[in-house]
Write a protein that binds this ligand. Structure first.
Ligand code: G4F
Length: 317
């Protein structure tokens, strides 16, 4: 393990010199799109120039022919502009970019500098244009994990309700396990290229919420529009997770709206499937099952702790 920082070129160069790596996966970034509006300069430095610092270190050290580089590019580059989809209605490797956040703008620099170093210095440097990928390890402030944690807590009686921003947004959500395997495959390919990794299916945040509640046997109905939209319980089919019918479990909070939003993302992974033989093992349903099972187990530990606390209090009375 080495300590490093994408804003520190000297330190990156020293680490790369010491390690003489065959492969570098640049997954380092400030990756929260909403936070990038509050920290635009920092994001430009880390996500944009940080990529250059790695490429330049490899070049200066004369490792161009030894070290293969994977750059974590992102579907945020497309910005969800409807006119930029291909004839079949997807974003693919030839779709134009139109980033909609300081994060997306910084990542576009990372994309182009990777491509430029590949062409200028004949380096094996590739962009994986990954659409959203999720797992039980997803950070708690990204929408999928925020939902699975909140739904688990509500189902177990640990939380009353929760708040989200734009419920209309649509994302192409895949499983991180499938996507990380593909990152490795990209660096094992014969030629350095750029690749779209996606499922080809898009889902609204609202439907993701319903699917998460369904995992614990709870059905919802949404009422109201825009900032007044709310979700209410309509049925509970599992003995373990019983809530009052009509209970309000979700409201919209405009605090979570973004100054500019990416409305819809859907990717076409045909190139990865046809040329590299990538076969994803998960769909959104299995991914959600994974995330909900993990978070329900995690929150049950809170229930156990809470009960133990109550027991201690009772005994001390
Ligand atoms: O989960 P999100 O924050 O992910 P977002 O913005 O799509 O970005 C993620 O995926 C990208 C790949 O396309 C990565 F490059 C990036 O680093 C990151 O991993 O938000 C998804 C959608 C957005 O439209 C957002 O407005 O959910 C909407 N949303 C609604 N309520 C919310 C919330 N997002 C968050 N984080 N929190 C909310 O309360």
């Amino acid at each position: 393990m080495h300590y490093g920082d994408l804003t520190d070129a000297m330190n990156l160069t020293r680490i790369i010199q010491e390690c003489q790596p065959d492969e570098i996966y640049n997954l380092g970034a400030m990756s929260h799109v909403a936070v990038s509006f509050d920290t635009p300069e920092y994001v430009g430095n880390v996500d944009g120039l940080g990529t250059l610092r790695i490429l330049e270190a490899v070049r200066i050290l004369g490792l161009e022919k030894k070290t293969r580089i994977y750059q974590a590019s992102t579907s945020e580059l497309y910005g969800g502009m409807p006119e930029n989809k291909n004839d079949k209605g997807f974003y693919d490797e030839s779709s134009p970019f139109y980033p909609r956040s300081p994060y997306g703008v910084a990542k576009i620099y990372g994309f182009w500098i990777t491509k430029n170093y590949r062409e200028a210095y004949d380096m094996f440097a590739c962009n994986g244009i990954l659409f959203n990928h999720e797992s039980p390890r997803r950070g708690e402030t990204f929408v999928t994990r925020k939902i699975t944690r909140a739904v688990s807590k509500i189902a177990l009686g640990l939380q009353d309700k929760f708040y989200l921003g734009n419920l209309e947004a649509q994302r192409d959500w895949g499983h991180a396990k499938d996507y990380v395997r593909m990152m490795w495959m990209i660096l094992q390919a014969d030629q350095p290229e750029d690749w779209v990794i996606a499922t080809g299916v898009t889902t609204t945040v609202r439907d993701f919420v319903s699917m998460a509640f369904n995992q614990v046997g709870i059905s919802l109905e949404f009422k109201g529009e825009g900032v007044d939209e709310k979700a209410y319980v309509t049925a509970c089919s599992k003995q373990e997770f019983q809530l009052a019918i009509g209970k309000e479990v979700l409201s919209v909070d405009p605090t979570y709206f973004r100054p500019t939003e990416v409305d819809l993302l859907i990717g076409d992974p045909s190139k990865a499937k046809n040329k590299l033989g990538w076969v994803p093992e998960h769909d959104l349903a299995s991914e959600l099952k994974d995330m909900m099972a993990s978070d329900v187990e995690l929150m049950k530990k809170d229930v156990t702790l809470l009960n133990a606390g109550h027991e201690i209090l009772k005994q001390s009375e």
